[in-house]
Design a protein. Sequence first.
Length: 583
Amino acid sequence: MKKLAIYLKGYKKESVLAPAFKLLEALLDLLVPLIVAQIINRGIGNADKGYIVKMFVLMLVLAAIGLGFSITAQFFAAKASVGFASKLRQALFDHIQGLSYTELDTLGTNTLITRMTSDINQIQNGLNLTLRLLLRSPFIVFGAMIMAFTIDVRCALIFVVAIPVLSVVIFGIMIVSIPLFKKVQAALDKVLGIARENLTGVRVIRAFCKEEEEIRDFDEKNIALTKINEFVGRISALMNPATYVLINLATIVLIRQGAIRVSLGGLQQGDVVALYNYMAQLIVELIKLASLIITIDKSIACADRVQSIFEIRSDMAYPETSAKPLTSEYAVAFHNVGFSYKGAGAEAISGIDFAAKKGSTIGIIGGTGSGKSTLVNLIPRFYDATEGTVEVNGADVRSYTEEDLNAGIGVVPQKAVLFKGTVRDNLRWGNENATDEELWEALRTAQAADVVKGKDGELDFELEQNGRNLSGGQKQRLTIARALVKKPEILIMDDSASALDFATDAALRQAVKNLDGSMTVFIVSQRTSSIRSADQILVLDDGNLVGKGTHRELMADCEVYREIYYSQFPEERPANGKEADHE
């Protein structure tokens, strides 16, 4: 929690004024029992109605002033806690954006969402209550004890014994509770994970009639969360009855001792009432403190979870300035490149060695899990190669700044991702200064112009979150157009035309090939028809590069490529076992 305090820097004044006004309110509360004692001793004892009225009016004035102090304290506490949470959430979001794919894969989306929402909300609530009550309650507790000493030393000793005993109970429960609250938030991660998975995959679940299984799975996770909440709740629930019992015992002893002192003439009746009121304040404040500590326990547990994300440093460092690219005829070159995902037992790809000339088209094909996406993800440095080097324009990708590297590379991901907003807003992710004509040019190349023209508002057509109001093929074409708006030197299309029909796919490839300039295009596909005309085709099998060349060369020399091709065009398989001549 201490490490997160830096986000309170802009709210130092509010963080001081909130508890200060609460302490002023507490000071007024400590004066009330003395006024009540005076009303009893002097007003009622002497039958002085005028004095009673005067003291009553004074109490009303103190109550009004105390209310003003309380409202002011609440204002400053709310301003500080909300501002702190806003800064913390923004900082956490920025930090997450700076993590590499490796860290994001390891952490998982579910826990990151929980920490940005539920955890930070818990921290905000804890901070609000801390600023208002953390100093006020102890101030009242010890203030009541001090005020008791001003009335009668012997009776005040009861406060001296009661307060440490209560503190041991409260802080003992707190120490036990903090680790359990961390487990509660971890269980919440699991519930959120399965809920998110079910909501995003509801169509698949219903298509396979798996509703009952998923409900049972959710129930198991939810019951586990409920059980741990109940367990920690039982421990926390001990606090209130334990403090009540101890305080009531102390109250009984106090009243007995006060009665004896009154009988002996050492105290007046009003003083006993004042002592009882101080003991009552002690009860109220310790109950508040108990509830506060439970909230603080949760906040500390959540703060530790948030801080653990900040402590994760990306293993991908970028230089401050880019190295000057060497003069090279190759846009991309892989030199004996290997890569393994964190925690994986084997390499995803190994020994990859090839070079792509500028302006050429490179096709990448292979079976599922052969490493196609992994390979192209190394070019824009989504991951760092664990072996060998990846070069862009003759220089190691590690020598570029993030901005310089990404500026020249356009990526169309395997899963089409669009954002809520207009078509124009989504396309301008590629180039925020692009004109409408440039947007239409990219749409025509991506075979998406007719799609957009058929929508109300055309470029101003509102897309729902993740493009839910578009078909799969329409989304893919728009993501391709978004990358083309960028006019990159290197375009990576990671199986991004899988939802397109063969005619549209062919028209797209031809349009990309006819673009002006020397754009190097990488096409990852399961279809041999999509990469057949590429200048160079890379064939992957189980992470290894088993073939490299043109379609004709691979049909002659690469068994894996031939099997893929004939599985898609079985009518072309030669009956006599001899390979046909393929152009």
